[in-house]
Design a protein around this ligand. Structure first.
Ligand SMILES: Cc1cc2nc3c(=O)[nH]c(=O)nc-3n(C[C@H](O)[C@H](O)[C@H](O)COP(=O)(O)OP(=O)(O)OC[C@H]3O[C@@H](n4cnc5c(N)ncnc54)[C@H](O)[C@@H]3O)c2cc1C
Length: 501
């Protein structure tokens, strides 16, 4: 393999270029990114999982360099507001993990299992995790040197600035950038892609191609005709409207996901603004209705703000790597952004591909294994997102009735997991048995079930025995309160870079 052409200069294109450059450029492989001057990037996607930290760490890019350049903030997790109508369960926090969880997680899991048996014990995630505590107080999840427990965190960032930053870094590593529109793709007799033709009629040949052309998937889906497997039956949302709003003095260290009449709204804090959006199903409300509802939700009914309407194609390709072409990013599939997993899947795709390609001595030998692993990742993430809808008790609109009633497309493994939960089985053991932990770990599943209030309530509860109520929640509060004293105010921590120029 002498040369790789990546078509597409969105986040997926530049992340792929950086990882491939780090792996192969020193071995003499040329990497070229072709980016259309006529088609912009999608320009949304401002939240991440903790995996993004690994991406920057592996490239030796410090937070002090990339975060201020992208107006980035820290993210402790996601708060879900209004997803459940059960009294006392109207809001819950899905935390990212921390080393400190070793102290409190066993208490959470114990209480959750006891609550399932009907014991009247507190079992929501909010009071058991340091990440939840930090988010509640707008603290940054960066553990100071003297505090011996790391907290894992994700980020929020301006996606356009992130793309520009990644491009600069990739160019510095020797990646070639071509601003040109691909108008045609030529194939060899065996179906492999031979070259792409640019609008100025130049033909660019390569040994390997990476399709990062976004939803259009020019190489993998359009040229190689790899089928797309829609998740539309599992996940109803297929459109979004986005608009910014002013951020106040406090900068939250969490994403807010608020249930709306036909979907949900995100609120993502950056250093200079909030990014907001409403992800909805166009089968249940028009773009105008969605925009009006989002404006009302944000108090921006008559405000003059830039608004973007987007369509979403939700699902995945059958094969992410076919012939000599790998699709990455929206070109390979998309799961609605409720848990901000798209860039995580981009990272997984490129990392697993690099491993399989090298292990297969740069042939297609491990293509089937790679595709199976990627399909499992996509389906695993989809199942966790689907669970947010299946566990919601909202029935106030046709959208929520349709969403929560739709059981026929829940995967068999999920039905088994839901049954285990309702039967009060040890869910951690079930997650292990069903091999679900690779995609979302046990605490995430416990958080969603207890957070949504899928536990006995009210009259179904009985007084807990001493053994069932062996953990003192007030002591947990006090422990986490004292731990949180070690952490800095989120805004103050971010501003130190601004102040130091
Ligand atoms: C509403 C919404 C919210 C989202 N929120 C999140 C989130 O919170 N977190 C997260 O991780 N992800 C999120 N995502 C997903 C995220 O935006 C994308 O995964 C990410 O931006 C990568 O996009 P991309 O690079 O695959 O595609 P794009 O950004 O669409 O880039 C496509 C590129 O291909 C180029 N191109 C297309 N056709 C041609 C051609 N013929 N010739 C040359 N170049 C071409 C374009 O010029 C462009 O550079 C969200 C997506 C949506 C729709």
């Amino acid at each position: 393999m002498k040369n790789i052409v990546i078509v597409g200069g969105g986040t997926a294109g530049w992340m792929s270029a950086l990882v491939m450059a780090r792996e192969w450029i020193q071995q003499g492989v040329s990497i070229r990114v072709i980016e259309s001057p006529d088609i912009g990037i999608i320009g949304v996607g401002e939240g991440s999982t903790p995996a993004l930290k690994l991406f920057f760490d592996r490239l030796n890019i410090a937070e002090s360099e990339w975060m201020p350049a992208c107006n980035a903030t820290y993210k402790c997790g996601i708060r879900f507001d209004g997803w459940s109508t059960h009294a006392g369960f109207e809001s819950y926090f899905h935390p990212f993990s921390a080393a400190l969880d070793r102290q409190t997680l066993p208490m959470f899991m114990h209480n959750a299992q006891m609550r399932l048996r009907g014991a009247d014990v507190y079992a929501q995630p909010d009071r058991f995790f340091i990440a939840a505590r930090l988010a509640q107080q707008c603290l940054a999840p960066v553990a100071p040197e003297h505090f011996p427990f790391d907290v894992h965190y994700g980020y929020h960032f301006d996606s356009t600035l992130l793309g520009q930053f990644l491009r600069k870094k990739a160019l510095a590593l020797g990646v070639i950038h071509e601003s040109a529109h691909v108008v045609a793709v030529q194939q060899r007799e065996n179906g492999d892609i031979a070259s792409v033709q640019l609008a100025d009629e130049r033909i660019i040949a390569a040994d390997f191609f990476v399709d990062c052309t976004g939803f259009s998937s020019l190489l993998l889906q359009q040229t190689l005709q790899v089928p797309f497997i829609s998740y539309a039956n599992n996940l109803l949302n297929n459109a979004a409207v986005a608009m910014p709003s002013v951020i106040g003095e406090k900068i939250p260290s969490q994403t807010l996901a608020t249930a709306m009449s036909c979907g949900w709204a995100w609120q993502i804090p950056l250093t200079n603004r909030y990014g907001n959006g409403y992800v909805y199903s166009a089968d249940f409300c028009s773009a105008d209705q969605a925009e009006t509802e989002l404006r009302a939700h944000l108090g921006l009914l008559d405000a003059d703000v830039p608004v973007r309407h987007l369509k979403m194609k939700v699902g995945r390709v059958k094969q992410h790597w076919a012939h000599n072409c790998l699709a990455v990013g929206l070109a390979q599939g998309f799961i609605e952004p409720l848990e901000a997993t798209a860039l995580f899947l981009v990272q997984q795709t490129v990392a697993i591909f690099a491993e399989c390609f090298a292990r297969g001595e740069f042939t297609n030998r491990l293509q089937a294994e790679f595709n199976q692993r990627m399909n499992n990742h996509f389906d695993g993430v989809r199942d966790y997102i689907v669970t947010h809808y299946k566990t919601s008790s909202r029935r106030d609109t046709d959208y929520w009735c349709a969403n929560t009633a739709n059981q026929q497309d829940v995967s068999p493994v999920m039905l088994e997991l839901y049954r285990s939960w309702y039967a009060g089985k040890d869910l951690a053991a079930e997650i292990n048995r069903l091999q679900l932990g690779n995609y979302y770990p046990a605490p995430s599943w416990y958080s969603i079930f207890t957070g949504m209030g899928i536990v006995p309530k009210g009259e179904q509860l009985r007084r807990a025995t001493a053994e069932e109520a062996c953990f003192d929640i007030a002591a947990v509060d006090e422990f986490l309160r004292r731990c949180s004293l070690n952490f800095n105010d989120h805004r103050a921590l971010l501003m130190r870079w601004q102040l130091s120029g």
